[in-house]
Design a protein around this ligand. Structure first.
Ligand code: M6R
Length: 607
């Protein structure tokens, strides 16, 4: 993962590096560092922990210099520590790296055998020594970089500086994104456009195996054959980035509360509420002869895919295969040319999802991306894009990104069902009406958040929690368990309610809260039976249901939360809100770092 930034210009680099790193902190926050080159000498500042620690250090020991590079780390090789923090340097070369060098063990052995001394546990340090060795052998910096890159296996985005070259930065990418920002007498490099947004209005993206020479005067880009190339320079889409939590204690809570509004934005972009139609005919996809749909994503986005499976199979009558980005391509599956693969990703940069997209594309599939970040790699590499319009999501736990993904996927399910004539125009209109109800239903749940804070008092002391749901509520159970795990550090598992008796029911005792998501849909009675099975074994049931459901099950539950009754199509979206709030309040009661939970990063750009 990790985020990198570089700047070369006529003003002090340090403030820009720190501001850029703050914007990249979603990519990792284990440690951070910056380096500049002044009067030919490399200077570095590095700190363990979050950017705030580096910023404090930079205040007390400012680094001078008009060009510099910076890094925020999510540790892969070598534990988080100041020593392992980037930039890495041997005094001649200094660099920052996002990605993983897969052959670093062999390279390190070779370099150590030739007398190179290593001072970190990282894979990155081999790149420093490779380049330095070539410079020692008389190669100029750019040639040394090109030769060194040829020896690397794995993925990288790099920003490299050299002792003796005060304003030169060389950037390179393979497998990881790298953007160039254009200023007046100043140039930038960054892992994404968000990092560069305060400094420039235009960016270009390096393509696979490109490298670039950056000076204050401009950028010279070269492809893998070392031929100078032009890459499209485009305006940065307005990011709406905000570093303020406003009245909220955490970004996560703010983002939960933004849902009625961003769900409204997502709906407005896809659905005409007056004509009661979904407007997706602009997508340049051939959906007429599909025999199946493949959905690929990771984490919370994968659970959005599982809910979409329910909708597409139910309304459009096409089998849907959902796969994890991190598993999909290893089975060497043969895909039908012209078939449809949907990739879902908030960031649009998740490495496994991106790699799966490329695999599906090679197999001749049409790719539809459901993404939040318009300029992301996944959006750029897809044939059609449904933007989710959630706005920047800063909290590591995905909330508004998930519910807006669901809106986009629900619209797509209605559209494809109608295209294939599996539902009538009137049925499609009714489903559109149901979707239009989502913001107000979500608002109703948010209005009762204080009772979820009370229910969280039952969950927060637990060591283990089970979540149960059936049909489209099953992925909501999975999402509830993931949310609780990642921010409260309580062990939680989501199960299909009917699976409980096949094993997990052995875990049920009077210490394990069992959270059941049970809207009054066609599956309610079956889930009700599962609730009774848990109650009969002394289990502690927390029920999320509508009034009808609560009345039926009152005698079996310890605590309950009433969710408004809605059309069955939108229940997975509406029931997600109490699940998010419950996890949030449990985490707050356990005093964890809600927005930046331990060991995680917002965007997972390594496989
Ligand atoms: O950016 P993506 O949607 O591709 O990210 C996928 C997962 O990394 C992400 O959903 C992760 O599971 C979140 N931390 C969940 O809250």
């Amino acid at each position: 993962m990790c985020g990198i930034i570089g700047v070369t210009g006529r003003e002090q680099a340090l403030p820009k590096l720190i501001e850029g790193l703050r914007r990249l902190e979603y990519r990792g926050y284990d440690s951070a560092g910056v380096a500049t080159v002044t009067n030919g000498q490399i200077n570095r500042l590095r700190a363990n922990g979050k950017i705030a620690n580096l910023a404090a250090l930079a205040d007390s020991e400012p680094l001078g210099g008009l060009a510099g590079i910076g890094h925020t780390r999510w540790a892969t090789h070598g534990r988080p520590s100041e020593k392992n923090a980037h930039p890495h340097s041997d005094g001649r070369v200094v660099l920052v790296h996002n990605g993983i060098i897969e052959n670093y063990i062999d390279l390190r052995a070779e370099l150590e055998a030739s007398g190179r001394l290593f001072s970190t546990e990282t894979d990155t340090e081999v790149i420093v020594h490779l380049i330095s060795t070539l410079i020692d052998a008389g190669k100029p910096p750019r040639e040394a970089v090109v030769l060194a890159l040829r020896k690397l296996q794995g993925a990288f985005a790099l920003a490299i500086m050299f002792a003796g070259c005060d304003n030169l930065i060389i950037g390179a990418r393979r497998g990881c994104p790298l953007a160039i920002g254009y200023g007046t007498k100043q140039m930038f490099l960054g892992s994404d456009a968000l990092a560069l947004a305060p400094f420039t209005e235009t960016v270009s993206y390096l393509e696979e195996d490109d490298w670039v020479e950056l000076t204050p005067e401009g950028a010279q880009i070269f492809n893998s054959e070392n031929v100078q190339v032009d890459r499209e320079v485009r305006p940065i889409a307005s990011s709406g980035y905000t570093s303020s939590k406003g009245e909220f204690a955490h970004f996560m809570l703010k983002e939960i509360y933004e849902q009625p509004s961003v769900i409204g934005d997502a709906l407005a972009s896809l659905l005409n509420p007056v004509q009661r139609t979904v407007e997706l005919s602009w997508m340049d996809l051939d959906l007429s002869r599909l025999s199946r749909v493949t959905v690929i994503a990771c984490g919370t986005s994968f659970y959005a895919g599982l809910i979409a499976k329910n909708w597409i199979e139910k309304y459009a009558k096409i089998p849907v295969e959902c796969d994890l980005g991190s598993e999909f391509r290893y089975r060497e599956i043969e895909m039908e040319p012209g078939g449809l693969t949907i990739v879902i990703s908030q960031s649009g940069e998740t490495a496994d999802t991106l790699a799966a997209l490329r695999y599906a594309k090679k197999q001749g599939q049409q790719i539809l991306a459901v993404v939040n970040v318009e300029e992301s790699s996944i959006a750029r590499e897809s044939d059609a894009v449904l933007l989710t319009h959630a706005g920047p999501e800063i909290g590591v736990a995905s909330t508004k990104a998930f519910t807006t993904q669901l809106i986009a996927l629900a619209c797509f399910a209605i559209f494809i069902a109608l295209e294939r004539k599996k539902i009538t125009v009137d049925q499609a209109s009714d489903l559109c009406d149901a979707l239009v109800q989502v913001p107000s239903a979500v608002n109703l749940v948010l209005g009762k958040s204080s009772s979820l804070s009370e229910i969280a008092k039952v969950v927060a002391p637990a060591n283990d929690v089970l979540y149960l749901g059936r049909g489209p509520s099953y992925p909501v159970a999975l999402e509830g368990a993931l949310k609780l795990k990642e921010i409260s550090y309580i062990h939680a598992e989501g199960y299909a309610a009917g699976e409980l008796k096949h094993g997990p029911i052995a875990l049920v005792d009077d210490e394990v809260p069992v959270i059941v998501i049970a809207p009054s849909d066609a599956l309610f009675e079956k889930t009700a039976s599962n609730i009774q099975e848990v109650a009969a074994r002394g289990g502690r049931i927390i029920l999320f249901a509508d009034r009808k459901g609560l009345e039926k099950l009152r005698d079996f539950v310890e605590v309950a939360f009433e969710v408004p009754e809605t059309d069955a199509m939108i229940t997975p979206i509406v029931y997600t809100i109490p699940v998010q709030l419950l996890a949030y309040y449990a985490a707050v009661q356990r005093n964890t770092d809600v927005d930046q939970p331990r060991n995680l990063a917002k965007s997972v750009t390594v496989e």
